[in-house]
Design a protein around this ligand. Structure first.
Ligand code: CA
Length: 421
């Protein structure tokens, strides 16, 4: 779950603290970003926190001596150099590893998932797919202490009001004792636990499914999985309704009709010649004629097309990005044994799974590039190395690691490593 965030406005890339030190100008507005300012900001926020239910003693217990983390403001203002194509997102989010791990999770938690389905009406594969995309089944839940991160975001940068609400919610979680202070860590923006709830979402929707008296989304997967099911149910999940499926468009389909909000009865799409990708009619594929549905063309008319139901909107509500919604939806299908998409993405350079990304990083490191940890995440350092290798190999220099670069580096073998690297 991300904070509700559109693309941020452009910002200067030089951090204020650095700039202020460089200019050594007293009274620069940049000097507002100091620990002293943070401390006085926390004191200023205390009355509002108290009005929201944080007792003064808990407030001081959890905020006294907390240092601001100014590195988080860089993340808040980060401008990606390009938008990854959707096939890159999906190649990493729905790869063989995540499917295998998810099937193992389905088997290991079969009993509790069945009870969750009985209680909330959400099927095991959907719940486990959210878990897999949000935190890699609880493996990657974030390392930022929430009080420090949300405190910093409450005092500096954009959207302080939003983050103050989340900050107070985090403090109330600690005050109730649901989660121990040293366990309340998450993403830099404050999403935490197995299913990456924001603190205010936690307060509204987390449940104590194992009945131990605490709603623990950090160290208790039963609570986390049930809370995800509760989130989806409260979002309007309809039991037994598919999220949608891949379809085949008729020749000449008007792409202006597509779009998640452009809802029409399934019978309307059927009358326009849209069928399931296996050739069955929409009605024979489980969609009632009157079902309000939309057509998604995540890569335009030349790529895979999907018909989506209101249940897709519920999944979308988890993360407010169609690419992530589609990743969760597709992963749930794959966990049920479903096939990959039938229609290829419109590219001659498909994306890389996480295993392939690690392999690419290993090949880049072997050529002397500093790419940091071999973690399967192609960050800024990896992209610099990708550019250099693309240039050396005479490939278009995009900074994007795809199959073409991986295969070219594989083909070189170790013997072809350039001299001097
Ligand atoms: Ca519990």
């Amino acid at each position: 779950m991300r904070s509700p965030e559109a693309s941020p406005p452009p910002r200067p890339t030089v951090r204020c603290a650095v700039l202020a030190a460089f200019l050594a100008v007293a009274g620069s507005p940049c000097l507002a970003q100091s620990q002293a300012e943070f401390t006085s900001c926390l004191a200023r926020l205390q009355p509002a926190a108290q009005r929201s239910g944080v007792r003064p003693d808990s407030y001081s217990r959890h905020t006294d001596g907390v240092q601001a983390d100014f590195g988080i403001l860089d993340k808040l203002n980060y401008q990606p150099e390009f938008r990854l194509p959707i096939w890159d997102y999906l190649a990493a989010l729905v790869d063989d590893e995540r499917i295998v791990d998810g099937k193992a999770g389905l088997a290991r938690h079969a009993d509790v998932l069945q009870r969750i389905q009985a209680a909330y009406g959400v099927d095991p594969a959907t719940v486990v797919a959210v878990w897999g995309v949000e935190s890699n089944y609880g493996r990657i839940t974030g390392k930022y202490p929430l009080v420090q991160a949300l405190g910093t975001l409450s005092c500096f940068g954009r959207r302080q009001g939003y983050f103050q609400g989340e900050f107070y919610a985090a403090l109330r979680i600690l005050q109730r004792g649901d989660i121990a202070p040293d366990r309340l860590n998450g993403s830099w923006a404050g999403a935490f636990g197995h299913t990456q709830f924001m603190p205010a979402t936690y307060e509204r929707l987390a449940v104590d499914f194992d009945g131990d008296g605490r709603r623990d989304l950090v160290d208790n997967s039963d609570d986390a999985l049930a809370s995800t099911a509760n989130f989806l149910r409260k979002g309007g999940w309809q039991s037994g309704l598919p999220w949608g499926f891949e379809v085949r468009l008729p020749a000449g389909f008007d792409p202006a009709l597509a779009g998640r909000k452009n809802k029409r009865p399934a019978s309307d799409w059927a009358a326009r010649g849209i069928v399931a990708v296996d050739g069955r009619t929409l009605a024979n594929s489980g969609l009632a004629d009157g079902e309000r549905t939309a057509i998604l063309l995540p890569a335009g008319v030349r790529g895979p097309a999907f018909i989506v139901t209101p249940n897709f909107d519920v999944i979308y509500g988890y993360n407010a990005a169609e690419s992530y919604g589609l990743a969760i939806a597709h992963l749930s299908d794959r966990l049920r044994g479903g096939p990959p998409f039938a229609t290829p993405w419109p590219t001659d350079d498909p994306g890389l799974s996480r295993a392939e990304r690690r392999e690419l990083q290993t090949l880049l490191a072997a050529r002397g590039h500093d790419i940091g940890a071999i973690d399967g995440m192609l960050g800024d350092k990896s992209r610099v190395a990708v550019r250099l290798e693309q240039s050396r190999l005479g490939q278009p220099v995009s900074g994007r690691g795809g199959q073409k670069l991986l295969q070219a580096l594989r083909a070189e073998g170790d013997a072809q490593l350039p001299a001097g690297r």
